[in-house]
Unconditional design. Structure first.
Length: 575
């Protein structure tokens, strides 16, 4: 549509004056020449100070087009099949309804003649146009067609590619299909945009399922139904990127990909394992710029932070961080190391793998395939005259013995254990075969931790909770009357989960003479834990309640990660 026609529509809609229109068009053209991707409508809406929704509603009244709320519409399969996938994605068009031989579609730019021609040519039936915001159309396209549907559509049109797949030909580095590369890149980009920490490609008999882990919870990503057909090609592309052997499908493999997304360095750890229906691939996304390298950003209480700062400055001893996989143990260890890192201290780590590279610290990756295990690496580290040693994980008796020997000979040792709470760390070491007197004399502190999801700030609302329920789950009775509770109602910003981001809850057990004597006497972990509580240690649950009272997280989250089974029937409607 010519500019003079758009100008008249805008003037009739009372969106702009004639002189203002000419000025803004000129400014938009200059911005476009300088590389701006903003549409004319987007530019005008921004200059006017309107949201896109408000701007389009004004246009819809003037044009006589309906403005549709896509969140309340689910197009039928027949409607979706009427418009080619490539046209839908390329021109931002979503089918709304197929009725009596006419297709109703929603678009975000009523002045795009190329889009209108493409839609009418592709549908080959009468088309009724309506308006919806571009962002809502993009969400609907992903929801109903699946992420990367346009790219798979391109693959289906490529007969040569079809032939290669039917012959199960692997993709070599020299003949990668552009559409495969584009699809994998799109999957990683969507994961990054959604703040995912992991991407899982999981083959089944009739589908290739792709799931993202966001804030510790797995979410299935909508995918085109034909994705299974390209399983071999997609997995081969990932293996090429990660430097793996693409012809080895019988054994597990590990690899690594380094990429840059929007200026951020992303390390992607890749793992493949063979399954009945093909290789399952997991990608762990590590964003270097997002790691918290200072104790004050990890969410410790002021008392625990003060204690930790004293402990990590000790000249020798072992400091253990415990918790399940994905509970933020490595982040805590890196924060400890970063806090004490200086030119006056020689710090060496042995890790599997090295998740984040820290300047000024010597980091050694475990290489089990050539015999470089935690125990072998640690034994050789001690010949390098270190002041501080970090062992990624104590898994066996040999590693534990060397770590304790290092602490007793004047080294400060940081490491992790997989235990449920702080007190269980002593039982775990003794069960490995370490003598109780060595455990008692070498360990200085144990930090147990979990990650809880934090409430989305956009949809955060107050919440009523039944008092009897609070007593039942062990909430501090003295604080029930004065405490206020919140949760996330769910919005676009948090994918309607009510949560956005994560924060740590902690249990810090600092050894004193009483605790050491109990360790020597092989006292059960439960008894030792109760003694520590009596002496002022706050459990994970207690620290979780503090985060709840501060409005950072919900009761459900604290109950979920602290592993106490309670019925969640006491929460009433939101205020």
């Amino acid at each position: 549509m010519a500019f003079f026609s758009i100008k008249k529509v805008f003037q009739d809609a009372d969106l702009v004056s004639g002189d203002q229109f000419d000025q803004w068009v000129q400014e938009w053209r200059v911005a476009e020449e300088n590389g701006s991707q903003e549409s004319l409508l987007g530019f005008f809406a921004r200059e006017k100070g309107y949201t896109e929704e408000r701007f389009l509603k004004k246009l819809s009244d003037t044009l006589g087009w309906e403005f549709v709320d896509l969140s309340k519409i689910e197009p039928s399969n027949e409607a979706r099949l009427r418009i080619p996938t490539k046209v839908a994605f390329q021109h931002h068009v979503i089918p709304v309804e197929w009725s009596e031989g006419t297709l109703k579609v929603a678009v975000c730019n009523p002045f795009d003649s190329e889009m209108m021609n493409a839609v009418q040519f592709g549908v080959r039936a009468p088309v009724v146009f309506s308006l919806a915001p571009r962002e809502e159309i993009e969400k609907s396209l992903k929801k109903y067609y699946g992420v990367g549907a346009e790219t798979l559509d391109e693959m289906a049109e490529d007969e040569a590619f079809d032939l290669e797949l039917s012959e199960d030909k692997e993709i070599a580095e020299g003949d990668q299909e552009a559409s495969v590369i584009k699809f994998v890149n799109q999957i990683v980009w969507e994961a990054f945009k959604d703040r995912a920490t992991d991407i899982h490609f999981e083959p089944a008999e009739d589908e290739l399922r792709i799931r993202y882990r966001i804030d510790g919870i797995l979410h299935q990503t909508p995918m085109p139904p034909q994705l299974k057909r390209y399983q071999s090609a997609l997995i081969s592309r990932i293996k090429v990127m990660a430097g793996m052997k693409i012809d080895e499908k019988r054994l597990p493999q590990d690899g690594r990909i380094n990429v840059r997304i929007k200026g951020e360095e992303i390390d992607i750890r890749v793992s493949t394992v063979p399954t009945v229906y093909g290789e399952s691939v997991s990608l762990r996304l590590l964003t270097r710029g997002k790691i918290f390298l200072s104790l004050d950003k990890l969410g410790f209480s002021s008392r625990d932070e003060e204690s930790l700062r004293e402990i990590i400055l000790k000249p020798h001893g072992i400091i253990l961080v415990t918790g399940p996989t994905g509970s933020g143990k490595s982040t805590s260890l890196y924060a400890f190391l970063s806090s004490i890192n200086s030119v006056h201290k020689r710090i060496i780590t042995i890790e599997e793998p090295v998740e984040y590279e820290l300047k000024g610290i010597n980091q050694i990756p475990v290489r089990s395939d050539i015999g470089l295990t935690f125990a072998v690496g640690l034994r050789n580290i001690l010949r390098q005259d270190p002041d501080v040693v970090m062992v990624g994980e104590i898994r066996d008796l040999e590693t534990a013995e060397i770590a304790i020997r290092a602490s007793l000979t004047g080294h400060l040792v940081f490491s992790t254990l997989h235990t449920n709470d702080a007190a269980s760390a002593f039982t775990r070491l003794i069960d490995m075969g370490i003598e109780p007197f060595l455990v008692a004399s070498s360990v200085e502190a144990v930090l147990a931790q979990r990650l809880v999801r934090t409430i989305c700030p956009v949809c955060k609302t107050e919440q009523k909770v039944n008092k009897d329920y609070l007593k039942k789950i062990g909430f501090p009775q003295a604080e029930i009357e004065t405490s206020r509770f919140h949760h996330g109602a769910g919005c676009d910003s948090c994918r309607f989960s009510g949560y956005d981001g994560r924060r740590g809850i902690y249990e810090l057990l600092v050894l004193n003479e009483t605790i050491r004597s109990m360790v020597l006497s092989r006292v059960p972990a439960s008894t030792l834990a109760q003694k520590a509580i009596d002496q002022g240690t706050r459990t994970l649950r207690m620290d979780g309640w503090n985060k709840v009272q501060a409005g950072l997280t919900t009761i459900e989250e604290v109950l979920r990660v602290t592993q106490i089974e309670e019925h969640l029937g006491g929460i009433e409607d939101t205020i």
